[in-house]
Design a protein around this ligand. Structure first.
Ligand SMILES: [Zn+2]
Length: 169
C-alpha cells in the first residue's frame, strides 16, 4: 500500500471515531495514534460524557498510548486527527514527542498548527513534529460542518435546553 493510501485508511478510522462522538452529542473529532503498523489507541472527543474539559480526542489517545507503551515518551508515533489540533492538544503532542501529525480539516478559530497559531514553529520547543494536512479534508470538514449546522437548527427551533437532550439521543 502506498503512503497516501495508508494515511487515508487511518484517517478513515479517525473519522469513524468522529462519528461516534457525533452520536454522543460531542463535537465530532476523532484521533488515532499509530506506531509502525500498530494502532496504539483510537478515541473521540468525550468532554461532555466524562465531564472533563481536557477530554479531547488527541489527549485521550496520547494517554492511552502512554499506558500501552508503558512510557511517557511516544517517540516514532504518528497522530491522525480529523481536525487541526487546538493549543492544548498541540502542546501535549510536543510533550509526548510524537514524530508526525496528520490532520484532515483546518480549524480557523482554534487551530494551533497553522490557522490561528503555529505552535510547532515556536523556537522555544526543542522537538519538531512533521505535519501533513488535508488528508480526507472534505469528509473531515463535512462531519464538523454538519454537526454545527444541526446544532444551530436545533437551538433555533427548540431553545438551548432541549438541544443537549436531542444531541445525546
Ligand atoms: Zn484539543
Amino acid at each position: 500500500m502506498k503512503d497516501k493510501e495508508i494515511d487515508e485508511k487511518r484517517m478513515k478510522m479517525a473519522l469513524e471515531e468522529a462519528e461516534w462522538a457525533d452520536r454522543e452529542g460531542e463535537v465530532p473529532v476523532g484521533a488515532v495514534l499509530v506506531k509502525g503498523d500498530r494502532i496504539l489507541a483510537k478515541d473521540h472527543n468525550r468532554c461532555i460524557t466524562l465531564s472533563d474539559p481536557t477530554a479531547h480526542a488527541e489527549i485521550l489517545v496520547l494517554r492511552r498510548a502512554g499506558q500501552v507503551l508503558g512510557n511517557y515518551r511516544l517517540n516514532d508515533t504518528v497522530m491522525y486527527v480529523t481536525a487541526e489540533p487546538c493549543p492544548m492538544c498541540a502542546s501535549a503532542m510536543i510533550h509526548s514527542r510524537i514524530s508526525r501529525l496528520v490532520f484532515g480539516a483546518p480549524e480557523p478559530k482554534f487551530g494551533a498548527v497553522e490557522s490561528n497559531l503555529e505552535l510547532f514553529k515556536e523556537n522555544g520547543f526543542n522537538h519538531r513534529i512533521e505535519v501533513d494536512q488535508g488528508v480526507l479534508e472534505r469528509e473531515c470538514a463535512e462531519t464538523l460542518r454538519d454537526f454545527f449546522k444541526k446544532r444551530r437548527l436545533l437551538s433555533r427551533e427548540n431553545g438551548d435546553k432541549i438541544v443537549s437532550k436531542c444531541l445525546t439521543k
